[in-house]
Design a protein around this ligand. Structure first.
Ligand code: NAG
Ligand code: NAG
Ligand code: NAG
Ligand code: NAG
Ligand code: NAG
Length: 495
């Protein structure tokens, strides 16, 4: 059970193909001062039993709200509030629900949501709700109840967005760990600072941790358990385990006895078989490491395996039809950006996240007049989350945008140019990234906006935006954590 059989491997490969993830080829450059590895995007196709896109969208928003609250040191929103965000969406779309979306499951969900005041909706309640629907001949009992159970157990309100249906929801890289070295697929996250992978014997509430590659004394002869404990709660999901030391190789660079986490206990968000990664790799600064260990990047730098503690990202976009993402360690890769647009700003975050002052925000070239907004740059967040009043102002300037009572929609074929300016350089967001998901896939006229409201803190006092992949797909993005630097750079991507 500790290593993948060929059949399992084939099925993982098959599911990777089903997800449409295409492995890019690494392009080692002749210079040795930096190394690059591919990062590949994750998206999932529509499944048979699907939630309406506005609910999927709200899950992303909820997740962003939790993450932003965490990153700005504010109180976490209550589960009741996150539930009610979802319920509002359901109420809004209910009258003109597309027949294709499983009416019964939404009916049940709506019922569940109105009767469940707590996060824990019990399985029996759901099963009986599902059987009500089955007796009414509406649906396949098993798939419905499974789906509902997965939905609720995965913390439906803010599920990580990787086993849900949408595009470009996360980025993965492959590292080798242990002796003999084995591949682990890790989620590349500029918004956290820990590395962990699942451990042998990992448990999820009494169950196993799914079909993932795992690390432990049975699979690695260099594995050394320190017995020290760690635990992390993310925007969604929780993991805990022991700190271990083992060898890790990233893009051919081997670091011996790195200290990092193996999970002994992990929630559904990380263990479901549909989650296409085996762990997380954080690239924020170790000052926010919950494991209180130097990051992989800092460790590689400290021993001189890379010249600078720099991580640089070119993240790919499904709509481009390429999977040409690249994570570069030690420097920037000049082949990937237009040098005359390269700007560097100070990291204004004192905790250890990556946060840059935004000079201005403009729509079709007209500045919205904000001078005190900042962007927390997070590859681990899908959307761009800002306070309601900012999001309203932006959409009021987008021709055809509409507030449907709970969220903003924009014309799917919008051509409005929205741009963020850093250090005098303007960075436009491709309209395809703002038009996040069509409300109705058969008639893609209006799309849910990728710029969404998520209030944390007191009304009118929040100036931090959580700026995720909706923006980051449009730029070359680089962070520098050298001892004497604390900087963020952006440039236009090379064509
Ligand atoms: C692992 O995945 C395969 C194929 O998807 C499946 O048949 C098998 O039951 C899974 N194993 C576990 C432990 O879930
Ligand atoms: C495991 O780590 C401890 C503490 O660093 C060290 O003393 C011990 O020799 C290591 N054991 C092995 C087998 O590497
Ligand atoms: C594992 O997770 C469960 C459920 O969250 C929790 O009750 C338990 O204390 C955890 N165990 C360890 C060893 O962290
Ligand atoms: C690089 O950016 C500059 C400034 O925007 C622009 O004038 C130039 O055409 C760009 N070069 C390429 C190769 O795109
Ligand atoms: C930020 O700017 C807005 C106006 O754009 C102003 O109302 C607000 O008070 C400012 N906030 C801070 C913290 O300076």
């Amino acid at each position: 059970m500790h290593s993948l059989s060929i059949a399992q491997f084939a099925s993982v490969v098959a599911s990777v193909l089903i997800w449409g993830v295409v492995l890019a080829i690494s392009h080692p450059l002749p210079q040795s001062e930096f190394i690059s590895i591919p990062i590949v995007r994750i998206h999932t196709p529509a499944m048979t039993l699907s939630y309406h896109p506005s609910i999927i969208h709200q899950q992303h928003v909820n997740r962003g709200i939790r993450r932003l609250a965490h990153m700005t040191g504010r109180a976490q929103p209550s589960y009741e509030r996150l539930w009610s965000n979802i319920r509002e969406r359901i109420d809004n779309l209910y009258d003109n629900l597309q027949p294709r979306y499983n009416h019964a499951s939404l009916e049940i969900l709506k019922h569940m949501l109105s009767s469940a005041n707590t996060r824990k909706t019990n399985r029996l309640q759901m099963l009986s709700a599902a059987s009500v629907s089955a007796t009414s001949g509406d649906s396949d009992l098993e798939s419905l109840s499974n789906s509902l159970m997965n939905a609720a157990s995965a913390g439906f309100v803010n599920t990580i967005g990787l086993d849900i249906q949408s595009n470009d929801v996360g980025y993965l890289a492959t590292v080798k760990i242990g002796t003999p070295p084995r591949n682990f697929r890790v989620l590349v996250d500029s918004g956290s600072a820990d590395l962990w992978v699942g451990g042998e014997g990992c448990r999820n509430n009494g169950k196993g941790c799914g079909n993932h590659t795992r690390l432990g004394p049975h699979t690695s002869t260099t594995f050394n358990d320190t017995m020290e404990q760690w635990s992390i709660t993310y925007g969604t999901g929780a993991v805990s385990g022991h700190l271990v030391q083992d060898d890790i190789t990233i893009a051919g660079l081997k670091y011996s006895r790195l200290k990092f986490g193996v999970a002994r206990n992990a929630s559904d968000e990380f263990t479901s078989n549909t989650i296409p990664f085996d762990g997380l790799l954080g690239f924020a600064k170790s000052t926010i490491s919950q494991q209180q260990t130097p990051t992989l990047l800092e460790s590689l730098h400290k021993v001189g395996l890379i010249k600078n503690a720099i991580a640089s990202y070119k993240i790919p976009r499904l709509a481009d039809g390429k999977d040409d993402g690249e994570l570069t360690l030690g420097a920037t890769n000049p082949a990937k950006f237009n040098a005359s647009t390269f700007v560097t700003v100070e990291n204004v975050n004192k905790m250890g996240f990556w946060e840059a002052a935004i000079d201005s925000v403009s729509v079709n070239g007209i500045s919205l007049g904000w001078s005190n907004r900042t962007a927390i740059l997070d590859t681990g967040t899908t959307l761009l989350i800002a306070p309601q009043e900012d999001v309203d102002t932006i959409h009021q300037a987008i021709p055809g945008a509409n507030f449907d009572g709970s969220g903003w929609t924009v014309p799917c074929k919008m051509s409005t140019s929205l741009a963020l300016t850093f250090k005098g350089q303007e960075f436009p967001i491709d309209p395809r990234d703002i038009a996040f998901l069509p409300l109705d896939e058969d008639n893609p006229e209006m799309c849910m906006s990728g710029i969404s409201a998520g209030n944390v803190g007191f009304f009118g006092q929040t100036t931090e935006w959580l700026v995720g992949d909706v923006f980051l797909k449009n730029v070359y993005f680089s962070t520098n954590a050298n001892e004497d630097r604390d900087e963020i750079s952006f440039a236009h991507l090379a064509d």
